[in-house]
Write a protein that binds this ligand. Structure first.
Ligand SMILES: [Ca+2]
Length: 399
């Protein structure tokens, strides 16, 4: 049944809407004006350099992958690649793509969720174990999980889930997740705050917004920082993270380095250390998408500053420390994928700080999801698209 509004009601309604809008704008203006009163820190900010042309040569190794997310090189030079909707494939060196492998876990393919990273056991030559991170549904909603299985001719065998984020919650965003093995055989799993649960990043009784460190069978190492603390999850390594989709070990120190997605203007480079708090959502550079300030400003006692931050953001996913010889002078540099605007970002590191940033491949207009160093020292990239590709980059021939 439809009702005709009287002109008086209509005008009153319009004025109320206008009033609410004005109130919101005044509120935003006040908060922006008050922002300088908050505690401010001065972490180094990216100078947002232009993308350089002609530095890299690019060729397509494979195409037709649906939202490829993670890539791992097998010892024979072939690749394992995850596709976010829930498939794991072998890609031959010449780019031929296998049928989806059998024996993989069932994923929750929604929003940013599905298959995420893939990593080989450090003892892969002997145990043939493959580790996968993925979004898993279950009681309460969904959460990030890690499974492992033995790679055989047609797929994975004896696959089982070894670790689950707690608790499962509703929503399809902010799952993390990269898997990185440490030299001691334990593995780091980087996670997200599950988007609508950002305050849980500070709650040690959950593994939302954390980086965890687990044994290869999913159990908890005895020397984790919160092992003995009542009410804290013992697998937590560091906390206060928003959404960490890039992680790598420093080739010399063995230390974990990560890049995480911030809100508008708050992407961060960190080297997460045992037991430390990386601030989200209490402190952050950048602002909420609504332009409102986040939490309490950019600094607080007991919370770590990022090594470097990006404003505007790069939407980081996938990173490596370069250890090869093919790119002369790049040893020890960080290479990071950017989904938006879509780049390969290079950070020259000196004494644990960023000395210089360069950007490449902006002209491709591709979302870069993962970056891996190939055995020959070239860099392999995954493009995040329905018809996603594996790109191989080398130094440009004319340089
Ligand atoms: Ca932070």
């Amino acid at each position: 049944m439809s009702q005709k509004k009287s002109p008086v009601l209509f005008i009153t309604g319009c004025l109320t809407k206008l009033g609410l809008k004005l109130t919101y704008l005044v509120l935003v203006a006040c908060l922006i004006a008050c922002a300088p009163l908050m505690v401010e820190a001065q972490a180094p900010r990216s100078p947002t350099p232009e993308s350089l042309k002609g530095v890299l040569g690019v060729e397509t190794v494979a195409k037709g992958l649906e939202h490829p997310w993670g890539l791992a090189f097998l010892p024979d030079g072939r690749m394992l690649v995850t596709e976010r909707p829930g498939r794991l494939r072998v890609v031959e060196r010449d780019g031929r793509i296998s049928e989806p492998l059998a024996g993989v876990p069932r994923v929750y393919a929604s929003g940013q969720g599905g298959f995420l990273d893939v990593a080989l056991s450090p003892a892969f030559d002997k145990d043939r174990l493959v580790y996968l991170s993925f979004a898993e549904s279950g009681e309460g909603g969904a959460g990030t999980a890690v499974a492992r299985g033995r790679l055989a001719e047609r797929g994975l065998e004896n696959t089982r889930v070894i670790w689950r984020q707690q608790p499962k919650v509703s929503g399809s965003n902010h799952w993390g997740s990269r898997i990185v093995f440490r030299a001691d055989g334990t593995l780091f799993v980087t996670l997200g705050d599950r988007f609508s649960y950002s305050e849980k990043a500070q709650d040690l009784s959950t593994t939302l917004g954390k980086i965890v460190r687990i044994n290869p069978d999913g159990s908890t190492p005895r020397d984790n920082p919160f092992g003995g603390r009542a009410g804290a999850r013992p697998e937590t390594w560091s906390y206060g993270h928003r959404n960490v989709q890039a992680a790598a070990l420093h080739p010399e120190t063995g230390q974990l380095w990560t890049v995480e997605h911030g809100a508008r203007g708050g992407d961060e480079l960190n080297h997460p250390q045992a037991g430390k708090n990386y601030g989200w959502p209490v402190i952050s550079y950048g602002r909420h998408y609504s332009l409102l300030p986040i939490g309490e400003g950019t600094a607080k006692e007991g919370m770590e500053q990022p090594v470097y931050y990006w404003d505007p953001v790069i939407a980081p996913s996938g990173m490596v420390f370069y250890t090869g010889d093919l790119f002369a002078g790049w040893k020890g540099n960080l290479l990071i994928g950017s989904l938006t605007p879509g780049l390969l970002v290079r950070l020259v590191m000196k004494d644990g700080k960023v000395a210089q940033e360069e950007r490449y491949l902006g002209e491709l207009g591709e979302r870069i999801r993962d970056v891996r160093q190939a055995p020959d020292g070239s860099l392999y990239l995954l493009t995040d698209a329905r018809n996603g590709r594996i790109l191989r980059t080398t130094p440009a021939a004319n340089r």
